[in-house]
Design a protein around this ligand. Sequence first.
Ligand code: NI
Length: 129
Amino acid sequence: MSAGLLERFDRIIARKGYANRSEAIRDLVRDRLVGEEWERGDGEVVGTLTLIYDHDAQALLMKLMDLQHEMHARVISTLHVHLDAHHCLETMVLRGPADAVHETADKIISLKGVKHGKLTATSIGEFLT
Ligand code: NI
Protein backbone atom coordinates (compact mmCIF):
# COMPACT_ATOMS: atom_id res chain seq x y z
CA MET A 1 0.00 0.00 0.00
CA SER A 2 1.34 3.44 -0.85
CA ALA A 3 2.47 5.79 1.94
CA GLY A 4 -0.02 8.44 0.77
CA LEU A 5 -2.94 6.01 0.93
CA LEU A 6 -1.90 4.80 4.37
CA GLU A 7 -1.55 8.38 5.62
CA ARG A 8 -5.09 9.22 4.50
CA PHE A 9 -6.41 6.02 6.05
CA ASP A 10 -4.68 6.83 9.36
CA ARG A 11 -6.21 10.32 9.39
CA ILE A 12 -9.71 8.89 8.88
CA ILE A 13 -9.37 6.20 11.54
CA ALA A 14 -7.96 8.71 14.04
CA ARG A 15 -10.96 10.97 13.41
CA LYS A 16 -13.30 8.01 13.95
CA GLY A 17 -11.59 7.17 17.22
CA TYR A 18 -9.99 3.81 16.44
CA ALA A 19 -7.22 2.87 18.88
CA ASN A 20 -5.13 1.35 16.09
CA ARG A 21 -5.03 0.39 12.42
CA SER A 22 -5.74 -3.27 13.12
CA GLU A 23 -9.13 -2.47 14.73
CA ALA A 24 -10.10 -0.31 11.75
CA ILE A 25 -9.09 -2.99 9.23
CA ARG A 26 -11.03 -5.62 11.18
CA ASP A 27 -14.19 -3.48 10.95
CA LEU A 28 -13.69 -2.99 7.20
CA VAL A 29 -13.35 -6.75 6.70
CA ARG A 30 -16.46 -7.42 8.80
CA ASP A 31 -18.43 -4.85 6.83
CA ARG A 32 -17.37 -6.52 3.58
CA LEU A 33 -18.37 -9.95 4.91
CA VAL A 34 -21.79 -8.63 5.93
CA GLY A 35 -22.16 -7.17 2.42
CA GLU A 36 -21.37 -10.57 0.91
CA GLU A 37 -23.90 -12.23 3.21
CA TRP A 38 -26.58 -9.83 1.97
CA GLU A 39 -25.76 -10.59 -1.65
CA ARG A 40 -26.30 -14.33 -1.22
CA GLY A 41 -30.02 -14.52 -1.83
CA ASP A 42 -30.89 -17.28 0.61
CA GLY A 43 -28.47 -16.52 3.46
CA GLU A 44 -30.09 -15.68 6.81
CA VAL A 45 -29.75 -11.96 7.48
CA VAL A 46 -31.05 -9.32 9.85
CA GLY A 47 -31.58 -5.65 9.14
CA THR A 48 -33.28 -2.54 10.45
CA LEU A 49 -35.77 -0.63 8.36
CA THR A 50 -36.27 3.02 9.32
CA LEU A 51 -39.32 4.88 8.05
CA ILE A 52 -40.55 8.45 8.25
CA TYR A 53 -44.21 8.82 7.41
CA ASP A 54 -47.20 11.06 7.66
CA HIS A 55 -49.34 10.36 10.72
CA ASP A 56 -52.33 11.92 8.94
CA ALA A 57 -52.24 9.32 6.14
CA GLN A 58 -54.83 7.02 7.73
CA ALA A 59 -54.84 4.53 4.85
CA LEU A 60 -51.07 4.13 5.24
CA LEU A 61 -51.37 3.37 8.96
CA MET A 62 -53.77 0.53 8.20
CA LYS A 63 -51.62 -0.77 5.34
CA LEU A 64 -48.48 -0.71 7.51
CA MET A 65 -50.22 -2.63 10.27
CA ASP A 66 -51.69 -5.16 7.83
CA LEU A 67 -48.32 -5.74 6.15
CA GLN A 68 -46.59 -6.28 9.49
CA HIS A 69 -49.18 -8.87 10.51
CA GLU A 70 -49.03 -10.53 7.11
CA MET A 71 -45.22 -10.70 7.31
CA HIS A 72 -44.94 -11.44 11.03
CA ALA A 73 -42.27 -14.04 10.37
CA ARG A 74 -40.08 -11.35 8.79
CA VAL A 75 -40.89 -8.30 10.93
CA ILE A 76 -39.71 -9.37 14.38
CA SER A 77 -39.90 -6.06 16.23
CA THR A 78 -41.16 -2.50 15.73
CA LEU A 79 -40.44 0.77 17.54
CA HIS A 80 -42.70 3.75 16.93
CA VAL A 81 -41.82 7.37 17.77
CA HIS A 82 -44.31 10.25 17.39
CA LEU A 83 -41.86 12.88 16.10
CA ASP A 84 -44.27 15.83 16.10
CA ALA A 85 -47.97 16.47 15.48
CA HIS A 86 -47.77 15.05 11.92
CA HIS A 87 -44.72 12.83 11.57
CA CYS A 88 -43.92 9.35 12.76
CA LEU A 89 -40.64 7.48 12.81
CA GLU A 90 -40.77 3.71 12.82
CA THR A 91 -37.92 1.23 12.95
CA MET A 92 -38.52 -2.43 12.24
CA VAL A 93 -36.12 -5.31 12.72
CA LEU A 94 -36.40 -7.67 9.75
CA ARG A 95 -35.00 -11.17 9.66
CA GLY A 96 -34.94 -13.97 7.12
CA PRO A 97 -33.34 -14.94 3.80
CA ALA A 98 -31.69 -11.87 2.22
CA ASP A 99 -34.03 -11.81 -0.79
CA ALA A 100 -37.15 -12.01 1.37
CA VAL A 101 -35.91 -9.26 3.70
CA HIS A 102 -35.18 -6.96 0.73
CA GLU A 103 -38.59 -7.71 -0.77
CA THR A 104 -40.36 -6.97 2.53
CA ALA A 105 -38.47 -3.69 2.98
CA ASP A 106 -39.18 -2.60 -0.60
CA LYS A 107 -42.88 -3.36 -0.19
CA ILE A 108 -43.04 -1.19 2.95
CA ILE A 109 -40.87 1.68 1.67
CA SER A 110 -42.91 1.99 -1.52
CA LEU A 111 -46.23 2.46 0.32
CA LYS A 112 -47.90 5.78 -0.48
CA GLY A 113 -47.29 8.25 2.36
CA VAL A 114 -43.86 6.93 3.37
CA LYS A 115 -41.63 10.01 3.08
CA HIS A 116 -38.33 8.23 3.57
CA GLY A 117 -37.32 4.65 4.15
CA LYS A 118 -33.93 3.03 4.51
CA LEU A 119 -32.90 -0.57 5.10
CA THR A 120 -29.66 -1.05 7.00
CA ALA A 121 -28.05 -4.41 6.51
CA THR A 122 -26.32 -6.19 9.32
CA SER A 123 -25.53 -9.77 10.19
CA ILE A 124 -26.81 -12.32 12.69
CA GLY A 125 -23.12 -12.38 13.58
CA GLU A 126 -22.34 -16.08 13.25
CA PHE A 127 -19.03 -15.58 11.47
CA LEU A 128 -18.02 -12.17 12.86
CA THR A 129 -15.45 -13.31 15.42
NI1 NI B 1 -46.81 8.38 15.53
